[in-house]
Design a protein around this ligand. Structure first.
Ligand SMILES: C[S@@+](CC[C@H](N)C(=O)[O-])C[C@H]1O[C@@H](n2cnc3c(N)ncnc32)[C@H](O)[C@@H]1O
Length: 237
């Protein structure tokens, strides 16, 4: 590695630290003003546990057991303010149901609850929910330890997929699974968009995450040839 490379690496690491500092400060301000103290508590609870970023032998074993690459559990998270902005822009409100597949410490779910939506998180790695699960429950968030490929997305109006490090086969299996979403439902996918004819891309943008800036591809479940089932109502966005 040349001196120039080292300098670039150090500079990139400093930028990430600065991004985390600034956006977390914004998150704290937003949560300080939240009516529900339980949401603030759920957000802060994550900070009191062990770092979610570390690798471990258990994670590697679980990944292998599930046929996932070890990288699947690489951690990174959304900022509450950023997730709230994206969800709000795409119609999330009190009659929405937001499902985060791979919810980690639950920042997206906290953002959904700030907007008054129902929030459901699916997470395969027990470590994260061991720390924040109870506090999220008190904030009205349902969380479940489960593989995203088997998740119950029934009734979801919005699905969040922060799946940057997941294998292509896993992403493809989840895309198939999401075909059961009602027409009009919105899927927010980070880095990789949904590649499935049952969805149309409605927005491409970039946003800040705990690891830096990343692409966000937003898709909507198409209505064509997919009649609504009895009693179903379309997503709001
Ligand atoms: C990049 S983190 C995103 C966390 C959260 N969604 C956010 O945006 O703040 C991805 C999460 O997905 C989890 N994960 C990875 N593979 C999974 C799978 N097959 N099923 C459920 N969760 C998974 C990881 O443990 C990790 O917590």
């Amino acid at each position: 590695m040349t001196a120039g490379d080292s300098l670039r690496t150090v500079r990139a690491a400093l930028v990430v630290l600065l991004v985390r500092f600034v956006f977390r400060a914004v998150d704290i301000v937003i949560l300080a003003g939240a009516k529900r103290g339980t949401l603030r508590a759920a957000y802060l609870r994550g900070w009191r546990g062990p770092s979610p970023y570390g690798a471990s032998f258990d994670r590697t074993l679980l990944a292998r057991e599930r046929g996932l690459s070890a990288g699947a559990f690489t951690y990174g998270e959304a900022f509450v303010s950023v997730a709230r902005g994206i969800l709000r822009r795409h119609g999330v409100g009190s009659d929405s149901v937001v499902v985060d597949l791979g919810c980690g410490r639950g920042n997206v779910l906290v953002a959904a609850r700030l907007l008054g939506a129902q929030a459901r998180g699916i997470e395969l790695l027990p470590d994260h929910l061991a720390v924040v699960g109870e506090a999220l429950g008190l904030a009205g968030v349902d969380v479940e330890i489960k593989d995203a490929r088997d998740a119950d997305v029934d009734g979801a109006t919005h699905v969040w997929l922060s799946w940057a490090t997941w294998d292509a086969e896993v992403r493809s299996s989840i895309s198939q699974h999401l075909r059961q979403l009602r027409p009009g439902s919105v899927v927010v996918a980070v880095v990789w968009g949904l590649e499935d004819d049952a969805f149309e891309v409605i927005e491409r943008s970039r946003a800040a995450f705990s690891w830096g800036w990343a692409d966000v591809v937003i898709s909507r479940a198409r209505a064509a040839d997919r009649p609504l089932s009895a009693g179903a109502r379309p997503g709001r966005a």
